[in-house]
Design a protein. Structure first.
Lengths: 324, 138
Protein backbone atom coordinates (compact mmCIF):
# COMPACT_ATOMS: atom_id res chain seq x y z
CA UNK A 1 0.00 0.00 0.00
CA UNK A 2 1.22 3.48 -0.85
CA UNK A 3 2.44 5.51 2.10
CA UNK A 4 0.41 8.72 2.50
CA UNK A 5 2.63 10.14 5.24
CA UNK A 6 3.93 13.64 4.55
CA UNK A 7 0.96 14.84 2.52
CA UNK A 8 -1.70 16.66 4.55
CA UNK A 9 -5.19 15.21 4.38
CA UNK A 10 -6.85 16.57 1.23
CA UNK A 11 -9.97 18.41 2.36
CA UNK A 12 -13.24 19.04 0.53
CA UNK A 13 -14.54 22.58 0.85
CA UNK A 14 -17.61 22.86 3.07
CA UNK A 15 -19.59 26.03 2.36
CA UNK A 16 -21.86 25.22 5.30
CA UNK A 17 -18.95 25.74 7.70
CA UNK A 18 -17.64 29.17 6.80
CA UNK A 19 -14.89 30.59 9.05
CA UNK A 20 -15.08 34.09 7.59
CA UNK A 21 -18.52 35.45 6.61
CA UNK A 22 -16.84 37.86 4.18
CA UNK A 23 -15.86 34.91 1.95
CA UNK A 24 -19.50 33.90 1.48
CA UNK A 25 -20.67 37.52 1.13
CA UNK A 26 -18.12 38.22 -1.63
CA UNK A 27 -18.68 34.85 -3.35
CA UNK A 28 -22.40 35.68 -3.54
CA UNK A 29 -21.74 39.22 -4.73
CA UNK A 30 -19.33 38.14 -7.47
CA UNK A 31 -21.42 35.24 -8.75
CA UNK A 32 -24.61 37.33 -8.89
CA UNK A 33 -22.67 40.03 -10.77
CA UNK A 34 -21.29 37.58 -13.36
CA UNK A 35 -21.51 38.86 -16.93
CA UNK A 36 -20.06 38.33 -20.40
CA UNK A 37 -19.25 40.94 -23.06
CA UNK A 38 -21.90 39.45 -25.37
CA UNK A 39 -24.47 41.00 -23.00
CA UNK A 40 -23.50 44.51 -24.16
CA UNK A 41 -24.63 45.67 -27.66
CA UNK A 42 -21.21 47.00 -28.65
CA UNK A 43 -22.13 47.19 -32.35
CA UNK A 44 -24.37 50.16 -31.50
CA UNK A 45 -21.11 52.11 -31.08
CA UNK A 46 -19.92 51.61 -34.67
CA UNK A 47 -21.30 54.93 -35.86
CA UNK A 48 -19.99 56.78 -32.82
CA UNK A 49 -16.55 55.21 -33.36
CA UNK A 50 -16.45 56.49 -36.93
CA UNK A 51 -16.98 60.04 -35.61
CA UNK A 52 -13.77 59.95 -33.55
CA UNK A 53 -10.66 61.36 -35.22
CA UNK A 54 -7.88 58.97 -36.17
CA UNK A 55 -5.80 60.17 -33.19
CA UNK A 56 -8.72 59.66 -30.82
CA UNK A 57 -9.26 56.16 -32.18
CA UNK A 58 -5.60 55.25 -31.82
CA UNK A 59 -5.54 56.61 -28.26
CA UNK A 60 -8.64 54.58 -27.38
CA UNK A 61 -7.20 51.34 -28.79
CA UNK A 62 -3.91 51.89 -26.96
CA UNK A 63 -5.63 52.66 -23.66
CA UNK A 64 -7.70 49.48 -23.98
CA UNK A 65 -4.61 47.45 -24.84
CA UNK A 66 -2.95 48.78 -21.67
CA UNK A 67 -5.99 47.72 -19.67
CA UNK A 68 -5.90 44.30 -21.34
CA UNK A 69 -2.32 43.84 -20.14
CA UNK A 70 -3.27 44.57 -16.52
CA UNK A 71 -6.26 42.20 -16.70
CA UNK A 72 -4.05 39.52 -18.23
CA UNK A 73 -1.53 39.85 -15.39
CA UNK A 74 -4.25 39.71 -12.77
CA UNK A 75 -5.86 36.68 -14.46
CA UNK A 76 -2.76 34.57 -14.96
CA UNK A 77 -0.42 35.73 -12.19
CA UNK A 78 -2.00 38.13 -9.68
CA UNK A 79 -5.05 36.28 -8.42
CA UNK A 80 -3.37 32.82 -8.60
CA UNK A 81 -0.38 34.21 -6.64
CA UNK A 82 -2.69 35.01 -3.73
CA UNK A 83 -4.08 31.46 -3.51
CA UNK A 84 -1.19 29.86 -1.56
CA UNK A 85 -1.65 32.59 1.10
CA UNK A 86 -5.41 32.03 1.49
CA UNK A 87 -6.35 31.44 5.13
CA UNK A 88 -9.63 29.69 4.37
CA UNK A 89 -10.64 27.26 1.58
CA UNK A 90 -13.46 29.67 0.73
CA UNK A 91 -10.96 32.47 0.14
CA UNK A 92 -9.26 30.22 -2.42
CA UNK A 93 -12.60 29.65 -4.14
CA UNK A 94 -13.29 33.41 -4.26
CA UNK A 95 -9.83 33.97 -5.77
CA UNK A 96 -10.60 31.49 -8.55
CA UNK A 97 -13.68 33.56 -9.37
CA UNK A 98 -11.63 36.76 -9.35
CA UNK A 99 -9.03 35.14 -11.64
CA UNK A 100 -11.69 34.03 -14.10
CA UNK A 101 -13.46 37.39 -14.18
CA UNK A 102 -10.13 39.05 -15.00
CA UNK A 103 -9.98 36.73 -18.03
CA UNK A 104 -13.49 37.91 -18.96
CA UNK A 105 -12.35 41.52 -18.66
CA UNK A 106 -9.27 40.90 -20.83
CA UNK A 107 -11.47 39.10 -23.34
CA UNK A 108 -13.96 42.02 -23.41
CA UNK A 109 -11.43 44.45 -24.83
CA UNK A 110 -10.92 42.08 -27.74
CA UNK A 111 -14.71 42.08 -28.27
CA UNK A 112 -14.60 45.87 -28.46
CA UNK A 113 -11.71 45.68 -30.92
CA UNK A 114 -13.34 43.12 -33.19
CA UNK A 115 -16.53 45.20 -33.24
CA UNK A 116 -15.01 48.62 -33.86
CA UNK A 117 -11.46 48.39 -35.22
CA UNK A 118 -9.38 46.97 -38.02
CA UNK A 119 -6.96 44.11 -37.38
CA UNK A 120 -3.98 46.23 -38.42
CA UNK A 121 -4.87 48.98 -35.91
CA UNK A 122 -5.23 46.47 -33.12
CA UNK A 123 -1.98 44.66 -33.98
CA UNK A 124 -0.21 48.01 -33.91
CA UNK A 125 -1.60 48.73 -30.43
CA UNK A 126 -0.51 45.35 -29.05
CA UNK A 127 3.00 46.02 -30.40
CA UNK A 128 2.83 49.44 -28.76
CA UNK A 129 1.87 47.86 -25.41
CA UNK A 130 5.01 45.70 -25.53
CA UNK A 131 7.21 48.67 -26.31
CA UNK A 132 5.73 51.44 -24.16
CA UNK A 133 8.28 51.89 -21.34
CA UNK A 134 5.80 53.22 -18.77
CA UNK A 135 3.27 50.46 -19.28
CA UNK A 136 6.00 47.83 -19.15
CA UNK A 137 7.53 49.43 -16.07
CA UNK A 138 4.33 49.38 -14.05
CA UNK A 139 3.59 45.81 -15.13
CA UNK A 140 7.07 44.69 -14.06
CA UNK A 141 6.87 46.50 -10.71
CA UNK A 142 3.66 44.62 -9.89
CA UNK A 143 4.94 41.27 -11.22
CA UNK A 144 8.04 41.58 -9.00
CA UNK A 145 5.77 41.67 -5.95
CA UNK A 146 3.75 38.71 -7.19
CA UNK A 147 6.84 36.48 -7.16
CA UNK A 148 6.44 33.46 -4.93
CA UNK A 149 9.21 34.69 -2.64
CA UNK A 150 7.37 37.90 -1.82
CA UNK A 151 5.78 38.46 1.59
CA UNK A 152 2.05 37.49 1.37
CA UNK A 153 0.84 40.91 2.51
CA UNK A 154 3.06 42.69 0.01
CA UNK A 155 1.44 40.65 -2.75
CA UNK A 156 -1.95 41.82 -1.52
CA UNK A 157 -0.78 45.45 -1.52
CA UNK A 158 0.38 45.09 -5.13
CA UNK A 159 -2.90 43.41 -6.05
CA UNK A 160 -5.05 46.15 -4.50
CA UNK A 161 -2.96 48.85 -6.19
CA UNK A 162 -3.48 47.14 -9.54
CA UNK A 163 -7.24 46.65 -9.00
CA UNK A 164 -8.01 50.00 -7.37
CA UNK A 165 -5.40 52.38 -8.80
CA UNK A 166 -3.53 51.30 -11.95
CA UNK A 167 -6.63 50.72 -14.06
CA UNK A 168 -7.89 54.26 -13.72
CA UNK A 169 -5.60 56.10 -16.11
CA UNK A 170 -7.29 53.83 -18.66
CA UNK A 171 -10.86 53.85 -17.32
CA UNK A 172 -10.82 57.64 -17.55
CA UNK A 173 -11.05 57.62 -21.34
CA UNK A 174 -14.30 55.65 -21.87
CA UNK A 175 -15.86 57.73 -19.07
CA UNK A 176 -14.70 60.87 -20.88
CA UNK A 177 -16.20 59.66 -24.19
CA UNK A 178 -19.39 58.64 -22.41
CA UNK A 179 -19.74 62.12 -20.85
CA UNK A 180 -19.77 63.43 -24.43
CA UNK A 181 -22.33 60.84 -25.58
CA UNK A 182 -19.62 58.88 -27.45
CA UNK A 183 -19.13 55.10 -27.29
CA UNK A 184 -21.86 54.80 -24.68
CA UNK A 185 -22.27 51.02 -25.04
CA UNK A 186 -18.55 50.53 -24.64
CA UNK A 187 -18.81 52.67 -21.49
CA UNK A 188 -21.57 50.37 -20.21
CA UNK A 189 -19.20 47.42 -20.58
CA UNK A 190 -16.36 49.29 -18.88
CA UNK A 191 -18.67 50.14 -15.98
CA UNK A 192 -19.25 46.40 -15.45
CA UNK A 193 -15.47 45.96 -15.24
CA UNK A 194 -15.17 48.94 -12.87
CA UNK A 195 -17.82 47.41 -10.62
CA UNK A 196 -15.99 44.07 -10.49
CA UNK A 197 -12.64 45.73 -9.74
CA UNK A 198 -14.24 47.55 -6.81
CA UNK A 199 -15.31 44.25 -5.25
CA UNK A 200 -11.88 42.68 -5.93
CA UNK A 201 -10.02 45.63 -4.36
CA UNK A 202 -12.36 45.66 -1.39
CA UNK A 203 -12.03 41.91 -0.74
CA UNK A 204 -8.26 41.66 -1.14
CA UNK A 205 -7.93 44.81 0.97
CA UNK A 206 -10.13 43.22 3.63
CA UNK A 207 -7.94 40.08 3.69
CA UNK A 208 -4.88 42.33 3.89
CA UNK A 209 -6.30 44.04 6.99
CA UNK A 210 -6.98 40.67 8.65
CA UNK A 211 -3.39 39.66 7.90
CA UNK A 212 -2.04 42.92 9.37
CA UNK A 213 -3.87 42.19 12.65
CA UNK A 214 -1.67 39.15 13.15
CA UNK A 215 1.59 41.14 12.90
CA UNK A 216 3.56 43.05 15.51
CA UNK A 217 3.48 46.86 15.44
CA UNK A 218 6.98 46.96 13.91
CA UNK A 219 6.01 44.50 11.15
CA UNK A 220 2.84 46.46 10.43
CA UNK A 221 4.87 49.63 10.08
CA UNK A 222 7.25 47.92 7.68
CA UNK A 223 4.37 46.79 5.46
CA UNK A 224 2.78 50.24 5.58
CA UNK A 225 6.07 51.91 4.60
CA UNK A 226 6.36 49.43 1.75
CA UNK A 227 2.80 50.22 0.58
CA UNK A 228 3.33 53.98 0.53
CA UNK A 229 6.71 53.61 -1.20
CA UNK A 230 5.13 51.37 -3.85
CA UNK A 231 2.24 53.73 -4.52
CA UNK A 232 4.69 56.63 -4.86
CA UNK A 233 6.67 54.65 -7.45
CA UNK A 234 3.55 53.58 -9.31
CA UNK A 235 2.17 57.11 -9.19
CA UNK A 236 5.32 58.53 -10.78
CA UNK A 237 5.03 56.00 -13.62
CA UNK A 238 1.30 56.65 -13.98
CA UNK A 239 1.92 60.38 -14.37
CA UNK A 240 4.36 59.79 -17.23
CA UNK A 241 2.05 57.19 -18.81
CA UNK A 242 -0.86 59.65 -18.53
CA UNK A 243 1.12 62.48 -20.11
CA UNK A 244 2.26 60.43 -23.09
CA UNK A 245 -1.32 59.34 -23.75
CA UNK A 246 -3.41 62.38 -22.86
CA UNK A 247 -1.22 65.45 -23.44
CA UNK A 248 -2.29 65.68 -27.12
CA UNK A 249 -5.93 66.01 -25.98
CA UNK A 250 -5.04 68.44 -23.19
CA UNK A 251 -6.56 66.09 -20.62
CA UNK A 252 -3.54 65.05 -18.51
CA UNK A 253 -4.32 67.27 -15.50
CA UNK A 254 -7.92 66.10 -15.50
CA UNK A 255 -6.77 62.48 -15.58
CA UNK A 256 -4.32 63.11 -12.72
CA UNK A 257 -7.10 64.35 -10.42
CA UNK A 258 -8.82 61.02 -11.15
CA UNK A 259 -5.56 59.18 -10.36
CA UNK A 260 -5.22 60.94 -6.98
CA UNK A 261 -8.83 60.21 -6.11
CA UNK A 262 -8.41 56.52 -6.94
CA UNK A 263 -5.03 56.20 -5.20
CA UNK A 264 -6.74 57.36 -2.01
CA UNK A 265 -9.50 54.80 -2.50
CA UNK A 266 -6.91 52.05 -3.02
CA UNK A 267 -5.23 53.03 0.25
CA UNK A 268 -8.60 53.06 2.01
CA UNK A 269 -9.23 49.50 0.80
CA UNK A 270 -6.04 48.57 2.66
CA UNK A 271 -7.27 50.40 5.76
CA UNK A 272 -4.75 53.26 5.36
CA UNK A 273 -5.29 57.00 5.36
CA UNK A 274 -5.43 59.13 2.22
CA UNK A 275 -2.18 60.16 0.53
CA UNK A 276 -3.46 63.02 -1.62
CA UNK A 277 -5.25 66.04 -0.11
CA UNK A 278 -8.82 66.70 -1.26
CA UNK A 279 -7.73 69.73 -3.34
CA UNK A 280 -5.83 67.38 -5.65
CA UNK A 281 -8.76 64.96 -5.93
CA UNK A 282 -11.37 67.25 -7.47
CA UNK A 283 -12.46 64.93 -10.23
CA UNK A 284 -14.24 66.54 -13.16
CA UNK A 285 -17.99 66.26 -12.30
CA UNK A 286 -18.68 65.00 -15.83
CA UNK A 287 -16.37 62.04 -15.16
CA UNK A 288 -18.01 61.31 -11.78
CA UNK A 289 -21.43 61.49 -13.44
CA UNK A 290 -20.26 59.06 -16.15
CA UNK A 291 -18.92 56.74 -13.46
CA UNK A 292 -22.19 56.64 -11.53
CA UNK A 293 -24.98 57.80 -13.84
CA UNK A 294 -28.21 58.83 -12.09
CA UNK A 295 -26.59 58.45 -8.67
CA UNK A 296 -26.81 62.18 -8.12
CA UNK A 297 -30.46 62.62 -9.06
CA UNK A 298 -31.32 62.54 -5.37
CA UNK A 299 -29.32 65.35 -3.85
CA UNK A 300 -28.43 64.83 -0.27
CA UNK A 301 -29.13 67.44 2.36
CA UNK A 302 -25.66 68.26 3.65
CA UNK A 303 -24.19 68.88 0.20
CA UNK A 304 -26.54 71.82 -0.05
CA UNK A 305 -27.36 71.01 -3.65
CA UNK A 306 -30.99 70.21 -2.90
CA UNK A 307 -33.52 72.81 -1.80
CA UNK A 308 -34.97 70.67 0.98
CA UNK A 309 -34.79 67.23 2.52
CA UNK A 310 -35.14 64.66 -0.18
CA UNK A 311 -36.71 61.35 0.67
CA UNK A 312 -35.34 58.53 -1.44
CA UNK A 313 -37.36 57.54 -4.48
CA UNK A 314 -38.87 54.08 -4.85
CA UNK A 315 -36.23 51.39 -5.37
CA UNK A 316 -36.25 47.63 -5.64
CA UNK A 317 -35.84 46.01 -2.23
CA UNK A 318 -36.36 42.54 -0.93
CA UNK A 319 -39.59 42.86 0.98
CA UNK A 320 -39.03 39.56 2.73
CA UNK A 321 -35.90 41.02 4.32
CA UNK A 322 -37.55 44.26 5.14
CA UNK A 323 -40.74 43.29 6.92
CA UNK A 324 -41.58 45.87 9.56
CA UNK B 1 -27.56 67.15 19.72
CA UNK B 2 -29.14 63.86 18.74
CA UNK B 3 -27.25 60.62 18.64
CA UNK B 4 -25.43 58.56 16.04
CA UNK B 5 -25.74 54.84 15.43
CA UNK B 6 -23.60 53.08 12.83
CA UNK B 7 -22.92 49.72 11.24
CA UNK B 8 -19.53 48.70 9.96
CA UNK B 9 -18.43 45.25 8.89
CA UNK B 10 -14.91 44.01 9.58
CA UNK B 11 -13.58 45.89 6.56
CA UNK B 12 -13.94 48.86 8.93
CA UNK B 13 -14.58 51.69 6.43
CA UNK B 14 -17.61 53.11 8.21
CA UNK B 15 -15.93 52.65 11.61
CA UNK B 16 -13.01 54.78 10.35
CA UNK B 17 -15.47 57.40 9.09
CA UNK B 18 -17.13 57.53 12.54
CA UNK B 19 -13.76 57.73 14.28
CA UNK B 20 -12.79 60.68 12.08
CA UNK B 21 -16.07 62.43 12.96
CA UNK B 22 -15.10 62.17 16.62
CA UNK B 23 -18.72 62.13 17.82
CA UNK B 24 -20.10 59.60 20.30
CA UNK B 25 -21.78 56.78 18.37
CA UNK B 26 -23.27 53.35 19.11
CA UNK B 27 -22.26 50.44 16.89
CA UNK B 28 -24.70 47.87 15.54
CA UNK B 29 -22.97 44.54 16.17
CA UNK B 30 -21.70 42.38 13.30
CA UNK B 31 -22.72 39.15 15.06
CA UNK B 32 -26.38 38.27 14.60
CA UNK B 33 -26.78 37.06 18.19
CA UNK B 34 -25.22 40.11 19.90
CA UNK B 35 -27.50 42.64 21.66
CA UNK B 36 -28.74 45.54 19.51
CA UNK B 37 -28.36 49.14 20.61
CA UNK B 38 -31.73 50.63 21.59
CA UNK B 39 -31.49 54.42 21.19
CA UNK B 40 -33.55 56.39 23.71
CA UNK B 41 -33.24 59.70 21.85
CA UNK B 42 -33.50 60.87 18.23
CA UNK B 43 -30.56 59.64 16.16
CA UNK B 44 -29.02 59.54 12.71
CA UNK B 45 -27.99 56.19 11.21
CA UNK B 46 -24.69 55.77 9.33
CA UNK B 47 -24.45 52.63 7.20
CA UNK B 48 -22.51 51.20 4.26
CA UNK B 49 -24.15 49.66 1.19
CA UNK B 50 -23.97 46.01 0.12
CA UNK B 51 -26.05 45.87 -3.07
CA UNK B 52 -25.45 43.33 -5.82
CA UNK B 53 -25.52 44.40 -9.48
CA UNK B 54 -29.31 44.58 -9.46
CA UNK B 55 -29.52 46.56 -6.23
CA UNK B 56 -30.69 43.64 -4.09
CA UNK B 57 -29.51 43.34 -0.50
CA UNK B 58 -28.35 46.97 -0.25
CA UNK B 59 -29.08 47.19 3.46
CA UNK B 60 -27.10 44.81 5.67
CA UNK B 61 -29.20 42.23 7.56
CA UNK B 62 -27.99 43.56 10.91
CA UNK B 63 -29.17 47.07 9.99
CA UNK B 64 -32.54 45.61 8.99
CA UNK B 65 -32.73 43.80 12.33
CA UNK B 66 -31.93 47.05 14.11
CA UNK B 67 -34.60 48.98 12.21
CA UNK B 68 -37.19 46.26 12.67
CA UNK B 69 -37.78 47.57 16.19
CA UNK B 70 -40.66 50.10 15.93
CA UNK B 71 -39.36 52.17 18.89
CA UNK B 72 -35.95 52.44 17.24
CA UNK B 73 -37.48 53.39 13.92
CA UNK B 74 -39.60 56.09 15.56
CA UNK B 75 -36.43 57.81 16.77
CA UNK B 76 -34.61 57.63 13.43
CA UNK B 77 -34.31 61.16 11.99
CA UNK B 78 -32.03 60.71 9.01
CA UNK B 79 -29.54 58.46 7.27
CA UNK B 80 -25.95 58.87 6.06
CA UNK B 81 -24.79 56.21 3.62
CA UNK B 82 -21.38 54.91 2.61
CA UNK B 83 -20.65 53.32 -0.74
CA UNK B 84 -18.42 53.37 -3.78
CA UNK B 85 -19.10 55.26 -7.00
CA UNK B 86 -17.73 52.24 -8.86
CA UNK B 87 -21.16 50.70 -8.32
CA UNK B 88 -22.63 53.28 -10.67
CA UNK B 89 -26.27 54.21 -10.19
CA UNK B 90 -26.34 52.02 -7.07
CA UNK B 91 -23.77 54.20 -5.26
CA UNK B 92 -24.72 54.36 -1.54
CA UNK B 93 -28.08 52.77 -2.36
CA UNK B 94 -28.64 51.73 1.28
CA UNK B 95 -29.26 55.40 2.06
CA UNK B 96 -32.00 55.68 -0.56
CA UNK B 97 -33.64 52.45 0.58
CA UNK B 98 -33.71 53.41 4.25
CA UNK B 99 -34.79 57.00 3.52
CA UNK B 100 -37.70 55.73 1.49
CA UNK B 101 -38.73 52.88 3.80
CA UNK B 102 -38.51 54.95 6.95
CA UNK B 103 -39.58 58.31 5.44
CA UNK B 104 -36.51 60.15 6.71
CA UNK B 105 -34.12 62.39 4.77
CA UNK B 106 -30.99 61.06 3.14
CA UNK B 107 -28.52 63.44 4.73
CA UNK B 108 -25.24 62.58 3.03
CA UNK B 109 -23.36 60.01 0.99
CA UNK B 110 -19.65 59.25 1.17
CA UNK B 111 -17.24 56.76 -0.40
CA UNK B 112 -15.45 54.04 1.62
CA UNK B 113 -14.07 55.71 4.76
CA UNK B 114 -14.76 59.27 3.56
CA UNK B 115 -12.43 62.21 2.95
CA UNK B 116 -11.58 65.25 5.12
CA UNK B 117 -14.13 67.21 3.05
CA UNK B 118 -16.81 64.62 3.88
CA UNK B 119 -15.95 64.81 7.58
CA UNK B 120 -16.17 68.62 7.58
CA UNK B 121 -19.51 68.61 5.73
CA UNK B 122 -21.07 65.98 7.96
CA UNK B 123 -19.83 67.61 11.17
CA UNK B 124 -21.24 70.97 10.11
CA UNK B 125 -24.36 69.37 8.57
CA UNK B 126 -25.26 67.35 11.67
CA UNK B 127 -24.85 70.39 13.89
CA UNK B 128 -27.20 72.41 11.69
CA UNK B 129 -29.60 69.48 11.31
CA UNK B 130 -30.03 68.90 15.05
CA UNK B 131 -30.53 72.63 15.69
CA UNK B 132 -33.39 72.69 13.16
CA UNK B 133 -34.80 69.43 14.50
CA UNK B 134 -34.89 70.60 18.10
CA UNK B 135 -36.12 74.12 17.33
CA UNK B 136 -39.07 72.79 15.30
CA UNK B 137 -39.82 70.13 17.91
CA UNK B 138 -40.53 72.70 20.63
Amino acid sequence: MKDFAGRPVPRAINWNRVQDDKDLEIWNRLTVNFWLPEKVPLSNDIQSWSQLTEDEQRLTIRVFTGLTLLDTIQNTVGAPALMPDAVTPHEEAVLTNIAFMEAVHARSYSSIFSTLCSTAEVDEAFRWSEENPHLQQKARLILDEYDATSQPLKKKVASVFLESFLFYSGFYLPMHWSSRARLTNTADLIRLIIRDEAVHGYYIGYKFQRGMERLSAAERQEIKDFAFALIFDLYAIECRYTETLYDPLGLSEDVKAFLHYNANKALQNLGFENLFPDELCRVNPAILAALSPNADENHDFFSGSGSSYVIGKAVATEDADWDF
Amino acid sequence: MGGLVYFSSRSGNTARFIRALGLPADRIPVAADAPMPAPRAPFVLVTPTYADGAGRGAVHKQVIRFLNDPDTRARLRGVIAGGNRNFGALFALAGDVIAQKCAVPLLYRFELAGTPTDIARVTEGLDRFWKTQFSTAI
